[in-house]
Write a protein that binds this ligand. Structure first.
Ligand code: ZN
Length: 305
């Protein structure tokens, strides 16, 4: 399939759409997803980086919605690829409230530290994602664990704090449809292959507990921030849990043995053949995945120390 024809809007349920925030960055044609819940009130989950804001608004327009019709922006976490554009897009969503983890609030209001961390972690990719503008504090609502966001017409989103991938991570569960929006708490799924997303400062125990909480919800469908929605959510959650435990041990012992990050990736590729998906990627996708895998190994080795 031609990359230019990558699908942009996916209907997941009658009240949920996945929007592909296709960025003009090599390897990002099908990588960053935003979710749109439509009830009496409307909520966007994650908005992507600043560079994706025009795409987000034009996808909303294709659905027949303007930014003015968005009541809530829910942020699974505030990494730049999920939330960097929130301060920009909120100007077009004048009635929207931003629902985020309490640990995200200071960084949303004053994003300088977040920007520096993004630059350090992502290098020049952060520049392509675009600058991070602040969010006015009076637009932010702090998410509480177990809170319910009632969008009307029977659509109720349950919010659960799910730290691990990031300290400021939360997940959303639509119990009515069994859909779980897991951000990156359940890893990522690249063209059907599930991999870990454990960047520094990764917290192993917190991440395991978060996955266990998500399993206990008994979701039917699992929606990833990167990328797409899949059936068999329970099996996927169990698989990422097993992978997390296995990689933690492999990376921990290799790091103690003095191996560097690249050497550890070679070991992981030998022990976890699901990483063979790397062989099928085009060069841009490969370099994106390679960078994120090295980051994940770095997070796991830091957590194991
Ligand atoms: Zn993230």
């Amino acid at each position: 399939m031609s990359k230019n024809k990558t699908r942009q809007i996916y209907t997941i349920t009658p009240t949920l759409k996945l929007l592909n925030l296709q960025l003009p960055i090599p390897g990002h044609e099908k990588f960053i997803g935003a979710y749109l819940f439509c009830g009496e009130r409307n909520a966007v989950v994650d908005v992507g980086p600043t560079a994706a804001v025009p795409n987000l608004l034009s996808l909303l327009a294709k659905i027949g919605m303007s930014g003015e019709e968005i009541d809530y922006i829910v942020l699974t976490h505030i990494h730049i690829d999920h939330a960097g554009g929130v301060g920009t897009v909120i100007r077009e969503m004048s009635r929207a409230r931003v629902l985020a983890h309490s640990r995200a609030v200071s960084h949303l209001v004053a994003p300088a530290i977040l920007w520096q961390a993004s630059r350090k972690t992502l290098g020049n990719l952060a520049l392509k994602y675009g600058d991070i503008e602040p969010v006015p504090e009076d637009r932010i609502v702090v998410a509480k664990d177990g809170m319910k966001l009632d969008l009307g017409r029977g659509l109720v989103l349950e919010i659960y704090l799910t730290p691990g991938h990031a300290a400021h991570h939360l997940s959303l569960f639509d119990r009515g449809s069994g859909v779980l929006i897991a951000g990156e708490a359940a890893g990522v799924c690249i063209d059907g292959t599930i991999r870990l997303a454990t960047p520094p400062p990764f917290k192993f125990e917190e991440s395991l507990s978060s996955i266990d909480r998500l399993i206990a919800l008994e979701p039917r469908r699992l929606c990833y921030g990167h990328f797409g929605c899949y059936d068999n959510a329970p099996e996927r959650l169990v698989l990422i849990r097993q992978k997390l435990v296995a990689w933690y041990e492999i990376v921990g012992s290799a790091a103690k043995g003095g191996k560097n990050l690249e050497e550890i990736l070679v070991i992981l590729r030998e022990k976890d053949r699901s990483l063979d998906y790397l062989n099928g990627l085009d060069p841009d996708e490969y370099s994106r995945e390679h960078a994120f895998l090295i980051n994940s190994i770095s997070g796991l080795s830091g957590s194991a120390c």
